[in-house]
Design a protein around this ligand. Structure first.
Ligand SMILES: Cc1cc2nc3c(=O)[nH]c(=O)nc-3n(C[C@H](O)[C@H](O)[C@H](O)COP(=O)(O)O)c2cc1C
Length: 207
């Protein structure tokens, strides 16, 4: 049984809503159906960080849900998806996912992805991190989530913020075996070309 080309995008109240915007654009370009849920603090950061309204962001997705609608399609494992990306993911949301408490539709949808053994990628964003943050990230990882802090890769020689954002979104989509064609892929340094284990491809180990 193949999963439908349908992905859930959660937007929580960490800084970096630009990652959700770019992800929604790319999913549309790729013909992948996007299902969007935004927390109230996510709407706040959208207003602080961009000129977009919540309605503008919602218009970028194929399907939208209210954060309190815990009976929505994405709250059930019988609604099949490729998985979910939380972009960006606040520490409150990662803590709730780790504790399985699911107080809203975003964390419920994430919990459903974990129980159905579907991909759940959390673009966690906070710095510095205290023990509680780290323990929550460990617990979520042990439950099957992937922690993906959106940190830039400088070896890619980014020329702009947009390059940095694209690099992170491309690597997030790699985790779903989707090549968005957004980045030049690492094929080894000249000095390392004789060391095949350092040559990477899609799904390889290069950070
Ligand atoms: C402008 C702004 C930036 C924030 N950035 C972060 C952040 O980077 N990481 C984080 O964990 N919380 C951040 N917060 C705090 C969260 O929004 C807050 O903890 C909220 O309760 C998270 O709720 P949510 O997970 O339901 O979206 C920020 C808040 C604001 C207003």
């Amino acid at each position: 049984m193949t999963a439908p080309r349908r992905m859930i995008v959660g937007v929580s109240g960490a800084t970096g809503v630009v990652y959700a915007i770019r992800l929604l654009e790319v999913l549309r370009e790729l013909g992948i159906e996007s299902h969007l849920v935004i927390s109230k603090p996510g709407e706040m950061t959208l207003a602080y960080e961009t000129d977009l309204t919540s309605r503008d962001l919602r218009a970028m997705a194929d399907v939208n849900y209210a954060i309190g609608d815990v009976g929505a399609a994405i709250s059930s494992g019988s609604f099949r998806t490729m998985g979910m990306v939380v972009a960006p993911c606040s520490m409150r949301t990662v803590g709730e996912i780790a504790a399985c408490t699911s107080s809203n539709l975003l964390t419920r949808a994430a919990d459903v992805c974990l129980k159905e053994r579907r991909r759940l990628v959390l673009m966690v964003r906070e710095t510095p991190l205290h023990t509680g943050h780290l323990k929550a990230m460990l617990a979520a990882t042990e439950a099957g989530a992937i922690m993906f802090p959106p940190v830039p890769a400088f070896y890619a020689r980014p020329q702009s913020l947009s390059d940095m954002v694209d690099h992170s979104i491309a690597r997030v989509l790699d985790l779903f075996d989707i090549d968005a064609g957004l980045i030049d892929r690492w094929s080894g340094t000249s000095s390392a070309s004789s060391c095949p284990e350092r040559v990477t491809s899609l799904g390889g180990s290069k950070a």
